[in-house]
Design a protein around this ligand. Structure first.
Ligand SMILES: [Cu+2]
Length: 178
């Protein structure tokens, strides 16, 4: 009887000692960030993530209009500078500039998307979708979406809403992956 009791105590002690260590190994830390989308801001607009650790970005659109979430290389500034140079070269370039700011620019943002080739999970309204090459995410006013991925590429990346005139009004930010 006494031996049985001791065995029980030992088993319980063992369980207490082992479980926390096991949990830590089985469920690695997830970096959770919430970005509020308003008309026309991302708050916060500066985020730091750690490469190799799972990330969950919750996007909450509390604005009155739809907003988009894209994360891509910092090309907008460079492209804008290039366009500025072209404008300086003469009036005939300005027509081309106007064309460039449309679908060509969108292709550039998609081509340089951080999520290009990266497995991504998106949860909207409790429904999870997974895929690769999900480059942009539209969030309806009042809606919430969660983007799950593991950042790999390190550096500074731009987050932006490229719906007409949103970026220009300041709906942009930076995610730094260290
Ligand atoms: Cu927007």
């Amino acid at each position: 009887m006494i031996r049985w009791f001791l065995l029980m105590v030992f088993a319980v002690t063992l369980a207490v000692a082992v479980v926390p260590a096991f949990d830590a190994a089985a469920a690695p830390r997830t970096q959770k960030v919430t970005i509020t989308m308003t008309d026309f801001r991302f708050t916060p607009d500066k985020i730091t993530l750690t490469a190799g650790t799972r990330a969950e970005i919750t996007l909450m659109n509390t604005g009155k209009v739809e907003h988009e979430f894209m994360m891509h290389d910092f090309l907008s500034g460079a492209a804008a500078g290039q366009m500025g140079q072209m404008a300086g070269q003469g009036g005939q370039m300005s027509g081309k500039m106007g064309q460039m700011s449309g679908s060509d620019m969108h292709e550039t943002w998609e081509r340089t998307s951080y999520f290009k080739g990266l497995p991504l999970k998106v949860v909207v309204g409790g429904v999870e979708t997974s895929g690769r090459d999900i480059n942009e995410l539209l969030v309806a006013p009042g809606a919430r979406a969660v983007v799950k991925f593991t950042p790999t590429r390190k550096g500074s990346f731009e987050i932006a809403c490229h719906l007409p005139k949103h970026y220009e009004q300041g709906q942009k930010g930076t995610i730094t992956v260290q």
